[in-house]
Every structure is written in C-alpha cells, then in structure tokens.
Design a protein around this ligand. Structure first.
Ligand code: FES
Length: 107
C-alpha cells in the first residue's frame, strides 16, 4: 500500500500505509492521526479535513476545483497555495511517499 507521511502542526511525523483508492482524510482517520477530523465523512461539507500538500508533491496532487475550491474559503486555519481538502485527494500508487502537513486546528 502507498505510504503517506502526515506532519502535525507541532512537527510530529506519522507515516502510515493508506489503501489504494482511500482518501488522505480516510488514511488519517483510520490510523488515528491527530490534526484531521473529516466530520462529514468525505461529503465535501465540513472542511475539517483541511491539509497542506508538501510543496514537492503539489504539482502531482493537483489543484482543487469547483466545490472543493469554494469549501477551502471556509477553513478554520489560513488557506495557503497548497491547501487541499484531504477527502478529495485519492491515494494511488503514484502518490506513494506523499507528504501532508496538517494545520494547527480544524475548528
Ligand atoms: S471530510 Fe468533510 S469536507 Fe472533507
């Protein structure tokens, strides 16, 4: 399974394996990674899965579009150029090694 490294706001790093087809949000929640909530379960309705894609991965992950782009305007922490909603990033073998930074809070 692809490995994803989550870097918490305090610098703590957690590397976990995420099933192909699962989202960055699901990978965090399933492995009890702090700093990401996913309150709406991936329905694009809460923005509590806000994350910052590591700059080295930003081009490969891509930019938000449509409803995700709109939801990123209501995140609890500052939106940055690499902001994404974790529930909208689907893990695949091409993202093996992905690095995700988590904001200080989600509410
Ligand atoms: S889990 Fe609610 S918008 Fe991503």
């Amino acid at each position: 399974m692809p490995a994803v490294t989550y870097i918490l706001h305090d610098g703590t790093r957690r590397q976990v394996e995420v099933a192909d087809g699962d989202s960055v949000m699901q990978g965090a929640v399933n492995n009890m990674v702090k700093g990401i909530v996913g309150e709406c379960g991936g329905g694009l309705a809460c923005a509590t899965c806000h994350c910052y894609v590591d700059e080295a991965w930003a081009a490969r992950v891509g930019a938000p579009t449509g409803a995700e782009d709109e939801m990123l305007e209501v995140t609890s922490c500052e939106r940055k150029p690499t902001s994404r909603l974790g529930c909208q990033i689907t893990i695949s073998p091409a993202l093996d090694g992905l690095v995700i930074h988590l904001p200080e809070h989600q509410f």
